[in-house]
Design a protein. Structure first.
Length: 256
């Protein structure tokens, strides 16, 4: 069995390396950046020159890609060049309606599609302890669960698109946590506490991280950067420009 991995950006490299190290399978990888392919090869992976090589050669195709347009084209190409019985695992943060649309296309071609978005950030990707929320056919999930366990803790969430919805729930909670933390520190600042010098904010964040785990990582890091007067605005904006359009879609699908 051959595994293909598409997307070796931020999260992809440690995830692909864990597959190489733990799965016992040959892992083919592709990315547009040659230096990332070189890093993948150094870890024992098999880089390919063309994306289509993965679709043609691999039985299981994993992808973690940045935009819906790229995600859609990748799945459509996997159908075009792949063979019946192939399993496509989308590890990206993809809108549920797009996943459900692609699921039908893949199913008609005699293949299978799982939506398996991840949560936990790069440290957990390196450690192989990511949260992996998977929607799709349960028997297909069970067949690839040992591979997903190479990268983290997979949980079956239900039918197609349910993994993507679960990831959105995770992001909503994380966003709310960030807002509450910001309000707390704003109150402390207005009360005269010097967040830069007293160290109170660092102690509080450390304690919160220990209790809440990965949910607090994003909020804690943002506040640390704020208190250190570092620029973080492009990062936080990018997070919510990804999530908000999907949430607007869900408000139409689930109006109540």
């Amino acid at each position: 069995m051959k595994i293909g991995f598409l997307g070796l950006g931020v999260m992809g490299p440690p995830m692909a390396k864990n597959l190489v190290k733990k799965s016992g399978c040959e892992v083919l990888g592709f990315d547009v950046a040659q230096n990332r392919l070189d890093e993948f090869a150094a870890a024992g992976g098999t880089p390919v020159k063309e994306q289509t090589d993965i679709y043609k050669q691999c039985d299981i195709i994993m992808q973690i890609l940045p935009t819906h347009a790229i995600i859609r084209k990748s799945v459509e190409d996997a159908v075009r060049y792949g063979k019946r019985g192939n399993i496509i695992i989308d590890l990206s943060s993809t809108a549920p309606d797009i996943i459900q649309d692609l699921y039908k296309t893949v199913k008609e071609a005699g293949m299978y599609l799982l939506d398996s978005p991840i949560s936990g950030g790069k440290p957990m990707a390196i450690a192989g302890t990511l949260a992996i929320m998977t929607g799709g056919d349960k028997e297909v999930f069970e067949s690839v669960k040992p591979l997903l366990e190479c990268m983290g803790h997979p949980v079956y969430t239900g039918g197609s698109g349910s993994g993507s919805v679960t990831k959105l729930v995770n992001n909503i909670i994380a966003g709310a946590y960030m807002v509450v933390m910001a309000e707390g520190y704003a109150f402390a600042a207005k009360a005269g506490i010097d967040l830069q010098t007293t160290g109170v904010y660092a102690q509080m964040i450390s304690r919160d991280l220990a209790v809440l785990g990965p949910l607090a990582v994003t909020g804690g890091c943002l506040l640390l950067m704020f208190c250190s007067r570092r620029t973080f605005y492009p990062w936080i904006i990018s997070i919510f420009t990804l999530v908000l359009p999907i949430l607007l879609y869900l408000t139409n699908v689930y109006p109540n």
